[in-house]
Design a protein around this ligand. Structure first.
Ligand code: PEP
Length: 253
């Protein structure tokens, strides 16, 4: 029996103005006000973070960012520091999303630095990993994940790992409508948990939350959450609509 509290996160990507973000966040907070058995997090665009923080303050909705830079401050035009995120009310950050790896040159090495920066500032990283369709078809899924985890988490201690969340997001399932089957996802989640056990020990492997991401919807979340090693979801498209996202969060009902 899993004793890890489910974590369901919404990645709003580059959608929503400040006003739209606040409106959706308020709607969501009202819809999930009675939810205590799932951690709910949203990651609006940077521009809306501070306003969304005010809108969800006191509710059960947690606030995260979609990216972070590892330097404290300096001449890094366009980047956002850990301290800036904290000052906007963020306690979580998505790191290494496949869109950042694909379009913005994110590597396992930059992922590693970003995780360190988040942890040093009391921000919990949601670390994304996942294989492309080509990599899966070539039979390389586990090699790729092994590399992403070992390089991304290189140099971290079990104490550090205790403050991380992992998100397995097969790239071929993101925004495509193609979800991994619950059996495919479970197979990978179990592989990841074993890898974490080898790196950080049994206790951390038993407590770390591993989310699944890739076209999660209200009608497939139940099946995914029934798997013993799937502890929640990172949701893109379906998190933009408060009602739909609440339908995912209320997967038990
Ligand atoms: C994501 O952006 O992390 C994601 C999983 O997107 P979608 O749910 O739209 O596939």
């Amino acid at each position: 029996m899993r004793n890890r509290k489910p974590f369901i996160a919404g990645n709003w990507k580059m959608y929503k103005t400040c006003a739209e973000s606040v409106e959706t966040a308020k709607k969501l907070a009202a819809l999930v006000s009675g939810v205590t058995d799932v951690d709910v997090m949203i990651a609006p665009p940077f521009t809306a973070l501070a306003q969304v923080y005010e809108a969800v303050k006191g509710s059960s909705v947690l606030l995260g960012a979609q990216n972070i830079f590892w330097k404290k401050e300096g001449a890094y035009t366009g980047e956002i520091s850990p301290g800036m995120l904290v000052s906007a009310g963020c306690r979580y950050v998505i790191i290494g999303h496949s869109e950042r790896r694909q379009y913005f040159g994110e590597t396992d090495n930059t992922v590693n630095k970003k995780i360190r920066a988040a942890l040093n500032n009391g921000i919990m990283p949601v670390v994304c990993i996942g294989e492309t369709e080509k990599e899966r078809e070539a039979g390389n899924t586990f090699n790729i994940l092994d590399k992403q985890i070992k390089m991304g988490l290189e140099g971290f201690s079990p104490d550090d790992a205790e403050h991380m969340i992992l998100a397995y997001e097969p790239v071929w399932a993101i925004g495509t409508g193609k979800t991994a089957t619950s059996a495919q996802a479970q197979e990978v989640h179990l592989f990841l948990r074993n890898l974490i056990e080898n790196l950080f020990g049994k206790d951390i492997a038993g407590s770390i939350r591993i989310l699944y991401g890739g076209s999660v919807k209200p009608d497939n979340i139940g099946e995914l959450m029934a798997m013993p090693d799937i502890d929640g979801a990172l949701v893109g498209g379906a998190s933009l609509d408060a009602q739909k996202f609440a339908g995912i969060i209320n997967f038990k009902k």
